[in-house]
Design a protein. Structure first.
Length: 739
């Protein structure tokens, strides 16, 4: 079996899925020669007429420009310049309605032709001696973009570096009414072939396949004649079927190759150019004639002379229609492009651009407007007609739902907007319009995502730059500091250090008096506060003494009040004084040493002593008070005993008898009484032994009395005091005996 190339050489053709056969209606124009339109009064030149970006503007309002002069630059690989189609003056550069389905305003240069049609200097090239770079630059500088309708920059496709098997020249022109390429081939086949030669020089393909529909026999014959001297140029006449002119469909027709989804023909070794583009390349290289005009089919039953015209770029559609005898009708529609892929113009001031191949002004009967849209009945006629093997009804559903994920999943990007689905739809659903809107939305989302990515990249680059600058600054400062240090060391840094120290000392001297003054002031204030505290404490102590002196002691025993009335008052006063002094001593000092004071009894003037603890212990003060009272009582008893009969005075059994009288009632009292009796007996025995022990004996008696009082009054506090006194007395007794 012969290989693919042999099959191609043998003239084998293949088919593609779907497609339709609408009425061609090309006879309106394909039998007439190309007319050359007169230069219009105004030319409206959008600065961007292709897929890509606009070049930088090179002229300004008021400038006079020559024919073929660049109005915008080719400063970007995706930029294609725009040229002045004739000589004239730049009137304005303002937004103008664009030749696009969206009709959005596009920045447009308005040129007023001067009628001279004065050319700039031209420099033709010999493509056989030029290098590829020069050829590609010439193609780009001449403003050539795909003239089949896509408008992709030609120099990019012509400058591919990857191997190319087949260069396909698209001369199918399958859409009804349109015959511009047909007429171009009829009249300029030789120039077209020269353009193909230039492309072959750049791409070096294995073979050139020129596809022409079988409804263009004159053009096919012309091309065959022009290519007869080229060994690997093959003119292939394909059956008329819409849309055979689609890129992927024509590739499949001629080579039986399918371009995978999301891939380009170049990925399978194929490059396709429109026949009009090949003609423009030849003009640009061989004549230095940039793309200034193009052939446009002006058709429709509202025209007296439908025909193909050679129109300058920027010519308003109204000028084309007027040149063809346009008879406008009510609710007249004017379509740019063919009836399948074209779009209705918002107004007739829209200009001819590089991708304009047809202007259609049909009558209402000839091309009825779309009727009311109905619901999809899922007949699948659209899927059967789709040349891209898509599911148009599913795409419709997801387009309405604006579900971009599903649209991508169902390969909306592969839709060539041929309109075959809408053509066969019984529900009159304008399917292509839905797809165009959905594609625009997706493009906008992608643009936003790209902008966000670029913004993020710029942000990160800025952060990196700031960080780098910071590090460089720090490094520079360190180097400067090191250099300064070395310089100071070299030029006697000690002097500078001494000066700095002197300055610091002078500053300290200035601030010292102020600090000293503050210190003295603080000490004076402190002293004043201390003096006030001492005065307050002294005043308070005096008040307490006076108060206690006027009040009888609440704990005075009742049984002694009857016998020693005067002395008990004195004892109470002494006890109060003792308590006050103890409290005062506790408040006045914070020392924890114990101090005793002996307070003379004012009434007796004898050596009665009140033992007061210097500690701020109320219990000890109470003990001292109790001892004082006991001493007072003892003094009274002593006086009574001196005045009593000898029998009574000489006995020591009286207290015992008193205690015994209480013994039957309370065993504890009896025990205490017994202890007292023993203590008294001991005291009696040692009373005369030494005079030094007398105070101790006296104290013991007092203590015994206190204990007895405590027992008699049954006061726990007194009992505790008595027990403490007894213990102290015992210790003293023991000490005295030891001494
Ligand atoms: S042709 Fe129209 S009605 Fe039929 S499935 Fe497609 S969209 Fe629906
Ligand atoms: S317009 Fe798109 S979906 Fe409809 S037939 Fe053409 S390629 Fe298929």
């Amino acid at each position: 079996m012969p290989g693919l190339f042999q099959q191609i050489q043998a003239g084998k053709l293949w088919d593609f899925h779907g497609g339709i056969h609408p009425p061609g209606r090309k006879e309106q124009t394909n039998q007439k020669p190309i007319a050359v339109l007169p230069i219009p009064d105004r030319l409206y030149l959008p600065l961007r007429q292709h897929i890509g970006v606009a070049g930088q503007l090179l002229v300004k309002v008021g400038d006079r420009v020559l024919k073929g002069q660049q109005l915008t630059g080719a400063d970007n690989s995706m930029a294609v310049p725009v040229h002045a189609p004739t000589s004239g003056t730049v009137l304005s550069i303002t937004p103008h309605t664009s030749p696009h389905p969206s009709a959005l305003p596009e920045l447009t240069l308005v040129l007023e032709p001067d009628g001279l049609d004065e050319w700039r200097q031209r420099e033709p090239l010999n493509f056989l001696t030029c290098d590829n770079l020069t050829l590609l630059s010439r193609i780009q500088d001449s403003g050539i973009a795909g003239m089949g309708g896509a408008g992709f920059p030609t120099h990019i496709k012509a400058g591919l570096t990857q191997p190319v098997d087949y260069l396909i020249i698209n001369a199918v022109e399958c859409e009804p009414y349109i015959s511009a390429d047909d007429l171009l081939m009829q009249e300029a086949a030789t120039t077209i072939v020269k353009g193909i030669d230039i492309l072959c020089r750049l791409l070096n393909p294995k073979a050139v396949l020129i596809g022409i529909e079988d409804d263009k026999p004159i053009a096919a014959a012309a091309m065959m004649a022009a290519c007869s001297q080229r060994e690997h140029y093959y003119v292939r006449v394909v059956p008329t079927k819409y849309p055979s002119g689609g890129e992927k469909q024509l590739i499949q027709l001629l080579t039986n190759k399918e371009v995978p989804n999301g891939r380009r023909p170049a990925d399978i070794g194929i490059v396709m150019q429109n026949v009009g583009t090949a003609f423009a390349i030849a003009q640009a290289v061989l004549d230095d004639h940039p793309l200034l005009s193009r052939i446009v089919t002006v058709a429709g039953d509202t025209l007296n002379q439908p025909q193909n015209v050679l129109a300058l770029l920027g010519t308003p559609v109204s000028a084309l229609l007027d040149a063809c005898g346009f008879q406008s009708q009510p609710q007249q529609r004017v379509i740019m492009g063919g009836p399948m892929m074209g779009f209705t113009l918002p107004d007739l001031s829209v200009p001819v651009v590089k991708t304009t191949n047809c202007v259609l002004a049909p009558t209402a009967q000839e091309l009825p407007a779309a009727s009311t849209e109905m619901d999809c009945i899922r007949c699948s006629a659209c899927a059967d007609a789709c040349p891209a093997s898509l599911l148009p009804q599913q795409l419709l559903w997801y387009s309405k739902a604006k579900d971009s994920d599903k649209l991508n999943e169902y390969n909306l990007a592969d839709c060539i907007e041929c309109g075959a689905c809408a053509y066969v739809c019984p529900s009159e659903i304008p399917l292509v319009q839905y797809y165009r809107v959905a594609k625009a939305d997706i493009r906008e989302q992608q643009r936003e995502a790209l902008k966000a990515e670029q913004a993020k990249a710029r942000f990160e680059a800025r952060n990196a730059r700031l960080e780098q600058e910071k590090q460089e600054r720090q490094q520079r400062n360190q180097q400067l500091a090191a250099a300064r240090q070395q310089q100071q060391l070299a030029s006697g840094a000690n002097t500078a250090v001494a000066d700095a120290l002197a300055r610091i000392k002078a500053k300290q001297a200035q601030t010292a008096p102020a600090d000293e003054r503050n210190k003295e002031q603080i000490l004076a204030e402190r002293e004043l506060k201390k003096q006030q505290a001492r005065d307050y404490q002294q005043q308070k102590a005096q008040q307490q003494q006076a108060h206690q002196a006027t009040e009888p002691h609440s704990g005075q025993p009742e049984q002694t009040a009857a016998t020693v009335n005067t002395d008990s008052k004195a004892a109470a006063v002494a006890a109060a004084i003792a308590r006050a002094q103890a409290k005062k001593a506790a408040q006045a000092t914070e020392q924890h040493t114990t101090e005793q004071q002996v307070m003379p009894t004012p009434d007796t003037g004898k050596g009665n002593e009140a033992v007061v603890s210097a500690e701020a212990d109320p219990r000890k003060a109470a003990i001292a008070a109790a001892i004082a009272r006991a001493k007072a009582k003892q003094q009274t008893q002593t006086e009574n005993e001196t005045s009593a009969p000898p029998a009574a005075a000489g006995t020591v059994d009286k207290p015992t008898a008193e205690s015994n009288s209480a013994a039957p009632e309370d065993p504890r009292k009896a025990a205490v009484a017994a202890a007292l009796a023993r203590a008294k007996a001991k005291k009696q025995a040692s009373a005369e032994a030494t005079e030094q022990t007398a105070p101790l004996a006296t104290e013991a008696v007092i203590a015994d009395k206190v204990v007895a009082d405590a027992v008699v009054t049954e006061d726990p506090r007194k009992a505790a005091i008595a027990a403490a006194i007894a213990r102290a007395k015992a210790r003293k007794q023991a000490d005295s005996e030891n001494s």
